[in-house]
Write a protein that binds this ligand. Structure first.
Ligand code: ISL
Length: 573
């Protein structure tokens, strides 16, 4: 095993076209990363002050969740000015300094592009809503009432109808997310041109790509048909009519032709696409089609959703997880490219969700890192994942901040029949706020995140789970993530090798090989709290003399039973 000190400098990615195939991306949620001015909210100068951490981790790219001007109804995913930094995060000068500082350290910056919708406080929407004859009226989806009610039966992602009544103009507008996030009408070429201009403005400022928020929702069926009303639901499911719409490929290709192709740079683009299928993803990421570099798909993070959806969670079935990951690995093997992620700002913490955040906390955090990072694709690390941050033990409904959670709580309580405790129990392990509690830098008050009062409480376990505690510890989750990143940078098999799932029907063993002829890597992972005799499941004869490249527990005989949550990575040539 390499010692942490001897790891290479992260600036190893050269400028050739598909550099992102060898990159590791780190997502920063600015609000919760580091607060430089004591107002309890993270900011750009806070990020600048923590670049040593990112550099020593070895990541190549930073993806910043939105920092644009916003009323923060959805923590910045509701943008009121695409060309301004929200004062709570800093200034354009701070932003330019951050880009320069990242570039100087050999890292790149990807911005969040939220263009399915704007804020209702964006100038475009103010104009659009000012009168039915305003030239920007058609920039959004306005419709008259149908039989005195909503124009369609579509439900919003954040509860209730997806239509908001506007008294002044006597029409409804569409908002797939909160009522403060009206959907842009991409059918209108002026909208597309305005978005393209804005993207170019950021690229010319030095950014290296975009993560595109719900980009598979920008093309809607203009007929706006009703959705099916599932049993027990009030509203219809409009998803089939507003996702993967008839012009989605055309819009992405046009964006590429107008924005990226004419520029000299090589950019990383990742389309966030809830509900995307493998077949669709292959089309989106086929290099010959010039649409996006990769997509975020949601299949593996939906496997613990029960019949009642995300708030009705159930334990993960390891066989289902393997089936899903195998399908994505194989589906995008010959054409296209995968993104790899467990966590982001919308997901509960993976170690609590799919691992064991009790007795086997560190081992299971490392195991999850290994089985993801060693697949074929571009891995994304969400802030805090590299130190094994866990879900938060929210003690009361008043600890929650996220609009999705708050709307769900209000609905559940209004429906009657549920106590506050019961609703809290449903929300606790599922809420997006689990990802949004502040980054845990050290054991001091508020985890070193802020000197003020944090906008959301820091997880009490910051006393033990923090960057400072792991910084010099070779056996830490942090050191393990560094080694995973190093492995991707130093062993081409991790980028290029074919993926072969082993023992797909085993209910605890997650095992796969990466293969290029005789060049092979074997990953053996025990996703359970009891020992697992791997030699009885997989023929390890050919691996007897191979090297243990990396493991999360004290090394022993490579053929011995796997200990609880042990992962072993073997290599032969
Ligand atoms: O988080 C979700 C539900 O729990 C997802 O449905 C999520 O809303 C969806 O993945 C879209 O997410 C993105 O767009 C939203 C924003 O709230 C999320 O933070 C963002 O990642 C609207 O902009």
């Amino acid at each position: 095993m390499t010692s942490v000190e001897s790891l290479p400098h992260p600036a190893q990615i050269t400028d050739e076209g598909e550099w992102w195939r060898r990159a590791v991306v780190y997502q920063v949620y600015p609000r919760s990363f580091a607060d430089s001015d004591g107002d309890g909210i993270g900011d750009l100068r806070g990020i600048i002050s923590r670049l040593d951490h990112l550099e020593s981790l070895g990541v190549d790219v930073v993806w910043l969740s939105p920092i644009y001007a916003s009323p923060h109804d959805d923590n910045g995913y509701d943008i009121s000015d695409y060309r301004a930094i929200d004062p709570v995060f800093g200034t354009l000068d701070d932003f330019d300094e951050l880009v320069a500082a990242l570039h100087a350290r050999g890292m790149r910056l990807v911005m969040d592009l939220v263009v399915n919708h704007t804020s209702d406080e964006h100038e475009w929407f103010r104009e659009s809503s000012s009168s039915t004859s305003n030239p920007k009226r058609d920039w959004y989806w306005w419709r008259p009432p149908r039989d005195g009610a909503e124009p369609t039966n579509w439900e919003s992602f954040f509860s209730g109808s997806a239509w908001q009544w506007d008294e002044a103009s006597g029409e409804y507008y569409l908002h797939l997310f909160s009522r403060k996030q009206p959907d842009l009408n991409w059918e209108n070429p002026e909208v597309r041109a305005a978005v393209h201009d804005m993207m170019g403005w950021w690229l010319d400022r030095g950014v290296d790509g975009f993560r595109m928020d719900v980009i598979n929702l920008i093309s809607k069926d203009p007929a706006l048909p009703d959705g099916v009303v599932e049993p027990g639901r009030t509203w219809g499911n409009g998803f089939p009519h507003y996702s993967y719409g008839p012009r989605i490929h055309e819009f992405l290709r046009e964006m590429n032709d107008v924005v990226f192709a004419p520029r000299a740079g090589t950019y990383l683009t990742v389309g966030e696409m809830p509900g995307v299928t493998v077949e669709q993803a292959r089309r989106f990421t086929d290099p010959d089609r010039h649409e996006v570099s990769m997509v975020f798909q949601f299949e593996h993070v939906g496997l613990d959703h029960g019949e009642g959806g995300k708030w009705d969670s159930r334990p993960l079935d390891v066989v289902e997880l393997k089936r899903s990951m195998k399908r994505w690995q194989e589906g995008l093997a010959a054409v296209g490219w995968n993104s790899l992620y467990w966590n982001n700002h919308d997901q509960p913490r993976a170690v609590s969700r799919f691992g064991d955040d009790g007795e086997h906390w560190a081992a299971s955090a490392m195991l999850l890192g290994a089985i993801l990072h060693l697949q074929r694709g571009t891995p994304f690390i969400y802030q805090g994942e590299e130190i094994g941050m866990t879900n938060s033990p929210f003690a009361a409904l008043s600890d929650l901040r996220d609009i999705e959670s708050l709307n769900y709580i209000a609905d559940a309580l209004a429906a009657g029949g549920s106590t506050e405790e019961a609703v809290l129990a449903a929300v606790r392990g599922v809420s997006r706020d689990n990802a949004r509690t502040p980054m845990q830098w050290d054991a001091s008050a508020h985890g070193g995140f802020t000197t003020g009062a944090p906008w959301i409480p820091v997880n009490p376990n910051h006393a033990t789970v923090n960057v400072a505690a792991q910084a010099g510890d070779e056996a830490s989750v942090l050191a393990f993530y560094r080694r995973l990143i190093e492995l991707r940078h130093t062993d081409p098999l991790v980028t290029t090798g074919a993926f072969e799932m082993l023992a797909p029907e085993h209910d605890r063993l997650f095992a796969f090989e990466r293969v290029d002829g005789d060049d092979r890597m074997l990953v053996l992972a025990n996703m359970s709290g009891s020992a697992l005799g791997v030699a009885e499941v997989i023929d390890l004869a050919g691996w007897r003399d191979s090297d243990l490249v990396l493991g999360n527990l004290e090394p022993g005989d490579v053929r011995a039973a796997l200990r609880p949550w042990e992962v072993r990575i073997l290599r032969r040539q």
